[in-house]
Design a protein around this ligand. Structure first.
Ligand SMILES: [Zn+2]
Length: 291
């Protein structure tokens, strides 16, 4: 196990939020970033990822993701097209390439990086996509190459989000747009407190592992609108806007899907009432531009 410093401010003073599935989830006392600490060593994490995505599971996952994510994908393309109606688009963690396929249909030259080889195989079957097996670092794209970069439910899985976003900033053209969607720590904390309350009254099955926000050990970081905004601002991004993310349908889990839609509608009303200052939705979408 390794001790991890805060990826946003570099401090190591933390408060424990919860222990889920043996993972200790903490919050930085300085800046509020949530993360798993201590963390498994890189080789153990690689094995966990391999077990998680192995045996064709990624193909099954991305197929489901494709079916359930169309509205999120279309919304993402709408956000990008307002700033950059055409050009080169890079999706990091492109999975089976379903978002990129849609981006290509909308006129973008589509590039993807994906660490899972099976995902790359599925993505290449769509044809016309530029898929690199690896990471944005190993891909070594030219500086100021892309008009748009997307990170759809990916940043929470990364070992150092700030290092990745710095590389994103390098490969984006000046004025290029970044769209990030991540689970929202605010929502996760509310759900956790409700769960603690229920378990003190009733004996219920331990469903903590099912929480989408605290999906450990795959998720390493837990962002709020404020911490993601701060990280992007620290790296020089401008015109940063945080909104309620469009819910993803989970085929086979209608109750969970309905719950996410309820969260989205309630949160949207709260956000309007608070003049944009409060976004408690399950998931958030952030757009930003490189100066
Ligand atoms: Zn911090």
């Amino acid at each position: 196990m390794q001790n991890v410093l805060c990826d946003l401010c570099g401090e190591d003073q933390v408060r424990e939020l919860a222990v889920i599935n043996s993972a200790r989830i903490v919050k930085c006392m300085q800046c509020g970033l949530g993360y798993v600490n201590p963390r498994e060593s890189p080789d153990v994490l690689a094995r966990i990822d391999e077990e998680y995505y192995g045996d064709g599971k990624i193909i099954e996952e991305v197929s489901h993701f494709n079916v359930g994510s169309t509205r999120l994908f279309l919304h993402t393309l709408k956000l990008i097209s307002r700033c950059r109606p055409s050009g080169r688009l890079l999706d990091i963690g492109s999975g089976g390439g379903f978002f990129l396929k849609l981006a290509r249909e909308y006129g973008y030259t589509a590039f993807g990086v994906e660490v899972d080889e099976d995902g790359c195989v599925v993505a290449r079957r769509h044809g016309g996509l530029n898929i690199v097996h690896g990471t944005i670092f190993s891909a070594q794209f030219d500086t100021a190459f892309f008009d748009a970069v997307t990170l759809l439910n990916v940043l929470e899985h990364i070992e150092s989000p700030s290092a990745l976003l710095k590389e994103v900033s390098r490969v984006l053209k000046p004025g290029g747009v970044l769209v990030v969607t991540v689970p929202n720590l605010l929502f996760g904390l509310v759900l956790l407190r409700c769960y603690d309350f229920v378990t003190t009254v009733h004996r219920v099955r331990d469903f903590r592992n099912d929480f989408g926000v605290f999906h450990v050990p795959e998720h390493h970081y837990f962002f709020t609108p404020a911490t993601l905004r701060a990280m992007l601002a620290e790296l020089g991004f401008q015109s940063i806007k945080v909104t309620n993310a469009i819910p993803i349908n989970n085929p086979g889990f209608p109750v969970w899907t309905a719950f996410k839609y309820l969260s989205y509608w309630v949160s949207s009303v709260v956000t309007v009432a608070a003049a944009g200052a409060l976004i408690p939705n399950y998931s958030i979408t952030v757009t930003a531009r490189r100066p």
